[in-house]
Design a protein around this ligand. Structure first.
Ligand code: CTP
Length: 403
């Protein structure tokens, strides 16, 4: 299934670098080709010869060796790769990725790439738990960097805790999962809304919310990976546009509704966007100045995109899926929302601040349909997307009509 996929594997300097050799072997066994970049520190742990023997390709170590090579400078170095994997990803390289430092071939490639990036962190437990690393990881996640591990266990330094690089088999599985494609939704058309909407108050101010778009983007990627012709309609996010689909960028709820309706007809609609509920009635053309009194902003309700697309019409998709962001009575509130809006399934999640769902990497959801409530364990938003896409594919394959 992964035949023909290409990974650019960046091996940084950690004792876990030896595990990269096994990772290369496992990836190649899955039909994935691997090209390696070895950092200077990495070369203290594994030799370029071992990497090149296993990858059966040249190993790249130095930024300047690229300039001699016809057209392929560092900017284009990752052009041929489908995914960049940093394993082991040391605290140092994660910090550089976060800061945008480009002082060698590995970091320059990471800064110049427009391809998805996955990291497998490996470091001492206290380095992993240090506020600096935590912040770096949070920012990288926010930018859409995928992560595997680290695991908990004994460390080379004699300590115990989180920081051990995941086993090569687990990393290979995560990469295989990323590449997983099927054609179960081939011939189907899907529309996904994602991200926040922003509602202008005047040319510089707006009403918005904390949605990162990660869940919606992950669903769109997963539907495309199942073969659906996918249109992603997204509000402003910091995420890169996913490949293999049409991406329509919008700002306001009105624009999102129009873009979604323009993309019809579709077999599947998933509304994962956190649409702003209100907009100001009259947007000011010029910046509102302070004049001693507070502005009297009259808010009006935005159109409900999910309810509009769920209502009976010749264009209604076979399956319309909504989300319910709740901060209490999650299941009851979500079930009521499903009934009110008329969608077929609703995916309920708790977005109370302590869950860190908004902006975070994980999600705990409950899928509600006519058959009842299905509780899913906490998992990455990527996995929620994949599982939802698989459920949709099963449903449509079973001839499931919109209930
Ligand atoms: N939604 C939408 N258009 C809106 C508001 C919400 O399409 N104007 C969709 C969301 O994409 C989601 C579902 O409706 O699929 C529920 O959104 P949520 O924010 O949980 O609920 P609201 O309808 O906004 O209700 P409330 O804020 O009162 O909980």
């Amino acid at each position: 299934m992964n035949q023909g996929k290409r990974v650019l594997l960046i091996v940084a300097g950690g004792i876990a670098a030896y595990k990269s050799l096994e990772l290369i072997r496992l990836l190649r066994a899955r039909g994935i080709s691997v090209r390696c970049v070895l950092t200077r520190a990495g070369a203290r742990f594994v030799t370029p010869l071992s990497l090149s023997s296993l990858s059966e390709d040249k190993v790249y170590e130095d930024l300047f060796e690229l300039t001699g090579e016809s057209e392929m400078g560092h900017i284009e170095f990752s052009r041929d790769a489908d995914l960049l994997v940093v394993a082991p990803a040391t605290a140092d390289i994660l910090a550089k990725m976060r800061a945008g430092i480009a002082d060698d071939l590995a970091t320059t490639t990471l800064l110049a790439t427009d391809k998805p990036v996955m990291v497998a962190p490996a470091m001492n437990v206290r380095m992993w738990e240090h506020a600096a690393t935590r912040e770096n990881m949070a920012v990288l996640r926010e930018r859409g960097v995928l992560e595997v591990g680290p695991d908990e266990g004994d460390m080379a330094c004699g300590e115990y805790g989180f920081g051990r690089m995941s086993e090569p088999a687990a990393i290979a599985e995560a990469i295989g999962f990323f590449f997983q494609t099927s054609d179960r939704l081939k011939g189907r058309r899907a529309i996904v809304t994602s991200g926040p909407t922003v509602e202008a108050i005047d040319p510089v101010r707006y009403i918005a919310n904390r949605s990162s778009g990660r869940q919606g983007h992950a669903i769109a990627r997963a539907l495309a990976a199942e073969g659906a012709e996918t249109v992603l309609v997204t509000g402003p996010t910091t995420l890169p546009d996913p490949a293999n689909m049409t991406v329509v960028h919008v700002n306001s709820a009105d624009e999102m509704l129009k873009a979604t309706q323009d993309a019809l007809p579709a077999d599947i609609v998933v509304c994962a966007a956190a649409v702003a509920d209100w907009r100001v009635d009259r947007r000011a053309d010029r910046k509102i100045k302070k004049n001693g009194s507070t502005p009297d902003l009259k808010l009006v309700e935005n159109p409900d995109i999910l309810a509009t697309l769920s209502s009976a019409s010749p264009n209604r998709a076979r399956l319309v899926v909504g989300f319910a962001a709740e901060t209490g009575d999650v299941i009851d509130q979500a079930a009521a929302k499903r009934a009110k809006k008329g969608c077929d399934w609703i995916v309920a999640n708790d977005v109370s601040p302590e869950t860190e769902t908004f902006g975070g990497g994980d999600n705990t959801v409950h899928v509600i349909d006519d058959a009842g409530v299905e509780d899913w364990p906490t998992m990455s938003k990527e996995r929620v997307g994949a599982r939802l896409a698989a459920r949709i594919a099963d449903h449509l394959a079973g001839g499931g009509a919109a209930e």
